[in-house]
Design a protein around this ligand. Structure first.
Ligand code: NI
Length: 167
């Protein structure tokens, strides 16, 4: 396993649309393990392959306090959603920024697990928000892009400044 480098907003590579996984093989299992290790090390509650510049549809999530409930979603698809809820979100690709985003309150997601088995999961609350946030990454969308242009521009400037300072 390895800790991978997380790319930061406004890096254009975050806008790449990920392609579906054709075969869940050792390479994909190894990617999922690396994503998990990177997420736990950060620490964060979710990570998409897009954020480590791998453009395959793989996300990992763990919202548990004990950090022992890893969930891997390969080719995830939201097949049903209902309700609306607003929650403050953050992102490992946009460090230090926390903003409220409105998303579906409850979702049903269909995905493959690390064995390549299809499963369906109903999620609500933080888990539902987190899964929607990570699936957005696979579509090339970062949560700050739900905000107003004014707010987005401020965040963009802040991130560019931060990057210059850390070079
Ligand atoms: Ni994120």
């Amino acid at each position: 396993m390895a800790i991978l480098n997380i790319i930061h907003y406004p890096d254009e590579r975050l806008h790449t649309v990920a392609i579906p996984v054709v075969e869940v093989n050792e390479g994909i299992r190894s990617l999922a393990a690396d994503l998990a290790e990177t997420m736990y090390a950060a620490p964060g509650i979710g990570l998409a392959a897009t954020q480590v510049n791998v453009h395959k549809q793989v996300i990992v999530v763990d919202i548990s306090e004990e950090r022992n409930c890893l969930q891997v979603f390969i080719n995830p698809q939201i097949i049903a959603s209902e309700g609306k809820t607003e929650r403050e979100e953050g992102c490992l690709s946009v460090p230090g920024i926390y903003e409220k985003v409105t998303r579906a309150e409850r979702i049903t997601v269909k995905a493959l697990d690390v064995e390549g088995e299809l499963f369906t999961l109903k999620a609500e609350g933080l888990l539902a928000t987190c899964i929607q946030h990570e699936i957005d990454h696979l579509k090339g969308k970062v949560f700050v892009e739900y905000l107003s242009r004014l707010k987005l521009n401020r965040i963009r400037q802040k991130m560019v400044k931060l990057m210059r300072e850390t070079l």
